[in-house]
Write a protein that binds this ligand. Structure first.
Ligand code: GDP
Ligand code: MG
Length: 607
């Protein structure tokens, strides 16, 4: 596959607007993959089970295809990008290896919140944008109206918009042509010293870490002695090639090409995303790297059976090899034993990771309530970030030593049909929104208009069930996106939960003072429901400092009740119970209260 002409591009879009489907059509049309007889959408680039189940692309995938145009072979390198808000980091990472992007918009849904954020991201990187209207086969498609929307939102000339159906294949050939004619070829000389940009990596059981690179200068050859600008470590290239879409070995990758490199890297940490690879003996100026991924949602993960900790830790390690944006630290809890504290980019990211852990590693885990990183400014001006409620100082300490507590806030935008505007305003206000503003995205005639609503929200308010509420209160029509907006002073405190007057560390949470009573009552009720009765009466209390805000009393078990009876009935528990070996139900001793791991499981998984 040695082609003279190269194009590197990605597909960017709001979720479900058809990226994976279009990628499949492009691969088929270029003969890279076989067209499926069944007519079923296979979506070859969505490899993970969790992606298929949720219909989202989690991991950016790369594929090269050869396209004949004007009598010449062109190698087109596609980098498929994930479309969810949590994965913005991964999107921008892959954009750095491209010169152009297909901006895909669903002709029935129109411009959505992430259409806007991915557009700006690509624009900022100076990429050539090819606007594409997809799903024109749908009866509900309104290509004229959505084209006008793209013009007013992005300043795109409607004449430049390609109208396609990724499902039927209509118009897809013009997309291939536009990639060649509109996107500039990668620049870079093959005679200059090697400079390769490492933009992704994955783990292979036999070959170790495989890196995906974009050679920006020079030629990378099999057998080359290479070194990392970041770690200064040296390697020998044992294998390289292109993703077609599976790995196809080659002798070299030259300037502009995208491909994989195996070089006996043992640890995933050696493949530093954003790193520059050069040849040993040649000194080069490193390419501008990336801002490292910033974990914004933290949670503790513990094995249901604490004997499983080594296995869990190993599984987490393996999984983080394929998802480098997850941060990992060991954590121990008096209630749950040894575990890991993981940092994620967002809550969907966390859910996806948990599901992958369960699917791919058969892990039985308890995950604590998510926490965002809080900033504490002490009287001596020291700044400390805390992402674990157990480390949060008690009110007595905060009063004397802490000058200010700050929490991360985000700038949120919600796009919604006009009739749901009131509901969305209410939803935002109940989540401590500020600086609310709105404008019309377009003014439709027959159909209703859509509004873009912007506001600032504390990140902690959107890490639990904000997204679910947004969807249910807008009948699924609202789309949502957010970006980092720094830190802001806030009135926060640590809420502890006490069983029989003993605080349970794994249950502590950080709350805003304005909601403390409501939260205290809700959680105490919930605990009362799921904690099994004991042989004696157990007070369940929620407290901030010494002040008890809510209390329920678990009455003593009567003699005729079967010992160990346990009342929760959630799906997860069932799965978990099946997996548990009979008679091996471990009880956690909380003072004198017997608290089975299942109780934690239910308390923490039932949001
Ligand atoms: P992604 O989330 O952007 O990767 O979107 P997918 O490619 O997974 O597509 C989302 C859904 O839209 C799937 O059910 C596709 O079958 C469907 N879809 C994609 N393109 C078209 C199209 O051109 N027409 C129709 N009718 N459906 C489409
Ligand atoms: Mg997809």
């Amino acid at each position: 596959y040695t082609c003279d002409v190269l194009r590197n591009f990605s597909i960017i879009a709001h979720i479900d607007h058809g990226k994976s489907t279009l990628a499949d059509r492009l691969l088929e049309l270029t003969g890279t993959i076989q067209k499926k007889q069944s007519g079923k959408n296979e979506q070859v680039l969505d490899k993970l089970k969790v992606e298929r189940e949720r219909g989202i692309t989690v991991k950016a995938q790369t594929a090269s295809m050869v396209y004949k145009f004007g009598g010449r072979d062109h190698m087109l390198n596609l980098i498929d990008t994930p479309g969810h808000v949590d994965f913005a980091w991964e999107v921008s990472r892959s954009l750095a290896a491209c010169q152009g992007a297909l901006l895909l918009v669903d002709a029935s849904q129109g411009v959505q919140a992430q259409s806007i954020s991915v557009f700006h991201n690509a624009k900022e990187r100076g990429l050539t944008i090819i606007p594409v209207l997809n799903k024109i086969d749908l009866p509900a498609a309104q290509p004229e109206r959505i084209a006008a929307q793209m013009q007013s939102t992005f300043g795109i000339n409607p004449d430049d918009i390609i109208r396609i159906s990724a499902k039927t294949g209509q118009g897809v050939a013009s997309v291939l042509e536009a990639i060649v004619t509109r996107i500039p070829p990668p620049t870079g000389s093959t005679t200059t010293p090697l400079k390769a940009f490492l933009f992704d990596s994955f783990y292979d059981r036999y070959r170790g870490v495989i890196s995906l690179v974009n050679v920006q200068e020079g030629i990378l050859r099999k057998g080359d002695k290479i070194a990392s600008c970041h770690t200064r470590k040296k390697y020998e290239v044992t294998e390289l090639g292109i993703m077609h879409p599976e790995e196809v070995p080659a002798d070299s990758l030259r300037a502009g090409q995208v491909g994989y490199v195996a070089c006996n890297m043992k640890e995933s940490s050696e493949a530093h995303i954003g790193d520059t690879i050069h040849r040993v003996g040649e000194s080069v100026e490193p390419l501008p790297g990336f801002q490292p991924a910033k974990a914004m949602v933290f949670a503790g993960i513990f094995p249901v059976d604490s004997n499983d900790f080594p296995k869990l830790e190993e599984s987490i390690k393996r999984l983080t090899l394929t998802d480098r944006s997850v941060t990992v630290q060991r954590e121990s809890s008096s209630a749950l034993g040894q575990g890991c504290r993981l940092g994620f980019l967002g809550t969907l990211h966390m859910d996806v990771f948990r599901q992958r852990l369960e699917d791919e590693y058969d892990a039985n885990i308890i995950i604590t309530a998510p926490t965002v990183p809080y900033k504490l400014i002490y009287r001596d001006n020291r700044e400390v970030f805390i992402s674990n409620p157990t480390e949060f100082p008690d009110t007595s300490d905060t009063a004397s030593k802490v000058k200010e507590i700050q929490e991360p806030i985000v700038k949120a935008s919600i796009i919604v049909p006009e009739e749901y505007f009131g509901d969305m305003m209410e939803l935002c206000f109940s989540h401590r929104a500020e600086n609310l503003d709105h404008r019309y995205l377009d003014s439709g005639s027959a159909t209703s208009s859509r509004i873009i609503l912007t506001c600032t929200l504390p990140l902690s308010e959107i890490v639990t069930n904000f997204f679910d509420q947004l969807k249910s209160r807008s009948s699924g029509f609202a789309s949502f996106d957010y970006e980092d907006a720094g830190y802001k002073q806030s009135d926060l405190a640590k809420m502890s939960f006490l069983l029989n007057s003993k605080p349970v560390d794994a249950l502590a949470i950080i709350v805003h003072r304005s909601a403390q009573d409501k939260i205290a009552r809700e959680w105490v009720k919930k605990l009362h429901k799921v904690i099994p009765r004991q042989l004696f009466e157990v007070p369940i209390q929620a407290a901030i400092g010494r002040k008890v805000l809510a209390r329920e009393t678990l009455s003593a078990m009567r003699a005729d009740v079967t010992a160990g009876l346990y009342g929760g009935h959630y799906e997860r528990k069932m799965k978990h119970l099946e997996n548990q070996k009979e008679g091996k139900r471990r009880m956690k001793k909380m003072g004198t209260v017997e608290l089975p791991q299942e109780a934690f499981f239910d308390i923490l998984s039932n949001k």
